[in-house]
Design a protein around this ligand. Sequence first.
Ligand code: DLL
Length: 435
Amino acid sequence: MNCFNEKCESMSREEMRKVQSERLIKTVHRVYNNVPFYKKKMDELGVLPGDIQSVDDITKLPFTTKQDLRDNYPFGLFAAPMEDVIRIHASSGTTGKPTVVGYTKNDIDCWAETMARTFACAGGTKNDIIQVAYGYGLFTGGLGAHYGAEKLGAAVIPISGGNTKKQIMLMQDFGTTMIACTPSYILYVAETMEEMGIDPKSLKLKAGCFGAEPWTDQMRKDIEEKLGILAIDIYGLSEIMGPGVSSECPAKCGLHVNEDYYIPEVIDPESLQPLGENIQGELVFTTVTKEALPLLRYRTRDISTLHYEKCDCGRTLTRMSRVAGRSDDMLIIRGVNVFPSQIESVLLEIGDTAPHYQIIVDRVGSLDIMEVQVEMTQEMFSDQVRKLEDVEKKIKMNLESTLGISSKITLVEPKTIQRSEGKAKRVIDLRKEKR
Ligand code: DLL
């Protein structure tokens, strides 16, 4: 097992519960004493810090939502004085003000540790050359990966996102062995290599840490085959820390949650009751080491399941399944719940098209309609019309049997769907504009 911190990543359940309990108790006192919002919420629920004796009491604590962060914009939920805050990040909301997060020196050290674990999970060591192609700036991806790679002792190339030809040149010249970026961006990088006539397998690249957006196992296979690398899913969110909350290992059977830092729960989003192992629901995290912005039971809106048994890799850290989507990304089409990831799986399973697609939802009269635009590969583009019609039909049928609703399939010319350098925008919901 290639671990950054074997002792913490393979603790027994009892040891882990002890660490979590001690840290949770400290965190609860910290927020009750320093954050008026939490004091008020806990007082309303009739819970005092002394009522939290162990991690079992976590369900007595109040939830926190993104709206709470917005209502306390920018620094209202900070639990440390500004003189102790050394970094501020923010996630760009689609509307209005961003969500602001802050870090003390110790928070940055903890974050670096969890990201170093992430790279090690993907096989990284101090001998690696890691190209960080997540965006640097207010987004947590770039700097989060950067500090983790440095902590691991690897050589970091802080190139940030975009500038694709230069990314490829540096990969060749510097002998990059690992890359960190969104899965949609690595596909764009692979496509650009092809255009430049570069065989990806001639590079030293051996693994990539991909995340920040939902992607499927089928997309992983595609990336692994195209580039000849190990593609690892990494997860995180700025409110909790950034990347480094959890990551897959080469066993690829769920993402190991760094639960000595972030305690995971899965709840029913309607009743708010905790759900058992293997039951799908909304992921909730409580941070237990954070000083600047500790959050109790933060509702992520991400859909996943938890698994507690030891992994084949030797880690005992709880695993979360690959995120199936966000509850607020879920489309309701003619009353049926549809996740973009279901559509991605179907398209990539059929495998005749390029892995670039976009979903357009509209309302005509009172009827919802969904169109899936899928890019043709260059070879398909020169195929006979009959063959294209067959592919279109096959996609339509498979989608209908998976989703239970019909949709319009449009095959579009190669390279017409916009490529992303960061998070891909898969859905255009025109109904929103008509409301
Ligand atoms: O995306 C942090 C990050 C950076 C994670 C780099 C991984 C790699 P935010 O911008 O706050 O932070 O967005 C967080 O992105 O709630 C999920 O909905 C989604 N997300 C992140 N990682 C994954 C993943 C960063 N591996 C939101 N699979 C989260 C699916 C993901 N969704």
